[in-house]
Design a binder for this molecule. Structure first.
Ligand code: IPM
Ligand code: MG
Length: 361
């Protein structure tokens, strides 16, 4: 039986990077005969322009009936001034929430070929392999009440709520411990329990769940210290589990250890079934349409899609091997370019990965 993959290119560089991943999908379908049907949908600014809302009902319905979703990026200056609840980013949050994608896996892996593209010393980042498990459908991103209100004295006040219920912490803890069990059995839970009650509860629940995972070593760290440790000695980490906002921030930080935010993929998983796959970077409107964006984070997200949603491990491995090969061949988009390598465009990088895949398949 065929499985459907819904493709949501989104905005900015989204369409051009997703096109590169689609080349791989089309090859796997038409030449290798993989039983996959590709559907396309609108999200973010593209959906606002066409249909007046960042997550049209049709897109969410299509996503719900798909095996997996591959997303580019959303947002851009064009939509920054429209009503808050209609902005592109709201579409992204709504699809995460609408599909119940509470577990966001963000691997930060250094390809050895890129060790000199990192701004950190090579011996600090060589061999880096961290998995950030970010809670994705709760916390301050979704907590109520939220808004901008006018106080009695006429001054305006912005407010958000950092809210976590026990079950939300419990389930993300289990994902982190399970992931660690397949890696190096170490979990660092990042919170701000010395100041924020919601993360005091976070720490308590994580500690309780850990008692069921006797093979896993659990450590707690405050987020400010974690940010420092990630730059000071990043290789001390195996799995990091943290809240929605801390995970957002720390994953951008971790990406720079690997050379570029253009290299980091992600998988967002629901309790059972559907997964959504997207690069962790944004829509980069400043470089959109210039054919210079790095498509590798999206291509690696496609690899995660095969690994986690379709359970096609061998294809996932081969896509990663193809990415490895183009890097070994010295091909680099602008963000990871160094003087001893060959500068290529978005298109050329996509074609090169496809050619490398064809060679190993
Ligand atoms: C990310 C992005 C999003 C987030 C934005 C675009 C809403 O930064 O996926 O990390 O904050 O989650
Ligand atoms: Mg982010």
């Amino acid at each position: 039986m065929s499985q459907t993959i819904l493709i949501l290119p989104g905005d900015g560089i989204g369409p051009e990077i997703v096109t590169q991943a689609e080349k791989i999908l089309n090859y796997l379908i038409t030449v290798q005969g993989l039983p996959i049907i590709l559907e396309h949908g609108l999200i973010g600014g593209a959906a606002i322009d066409a249909l007046g809302e960042p997550l049209p009902r049709e897109t969410l319905e299509k996503a719900k009936s798909s095996a997996a979703v591959l997303l580019g990026a959303v947002g851009g200056p064009k939509w920054e001034t429209i009503e808050r609840h209609l902005r592109p980013e709201r579409g992204l949050l709504a699809i995460r929430s609408g599909l119940g994608l509470f577990a966001n896996l963000r691997p930060a892996v250094l390809f050895p070929q890129l060790a000199n593209a990192s701004t950190l010393k090579q011996d600090v980042v060589n061999g880096l392999d961290i998995m950030i498990v970010r809670e994705l459908t709760g916390g301050i991103y979704f907590g109520e009440p939220r808004g901008i209100r006018t106080l009695e004295n006429g001054e305006r006040q912005g407010y958000n709520s950092l809210v976590y219920a026990e079950h939300e912490i419990d389930r993300i803890a289990r994902v982190a411990f399970d992931v660690a069990g397949k890696r190096n059995n170490h979990v660092c839970s990042v919170d701000k329990a010395n100041v924020l009650e919601s993360t005091e509860l976070w720490r308590e629940i994580i500690t309780n769940v850990a008692k069921e995972y006797t093979n896993i070593e659990l450590q707690h760290m405050y987020v400010d210290n974690a940010a420092m440790q990630l730059v000071r000695e990043p290789k001390q980490f195996d799995v990091i589990v943290t809240t929605n906002m801390f995970g957002d921030i720390l994953s951008d930080l971790a990406s720079m250890l690997t050379g570029s935010i253009g290299m980091l993929p992600s998988a967002s998983l629901a309790a059972d079934g559907i997964g959504m796959y997207e690069p962790i970077h944004g829509s980069a409107p400043d470089i959109a349409g210039k054919n210079i964006a790095n498509p590798l984070a999206t291509i690696l997200s496609l690899s995660m899609l095969f690994r986690y949603s379709l359970e096609e491990i061998s294809i996932a491995d081969k896509i990663e091997a193809a990415v490895n090969q183009v890097l070994t061949d010295g091909l680099r988009t602008k963000d990871i370019f160094t003087s001893d390598t060959t500068l290529v465009s978005t298109e050329e990088m996509g074609d090169a990965v496809l050619a490398a895949l064809v060679a190993v398949i």
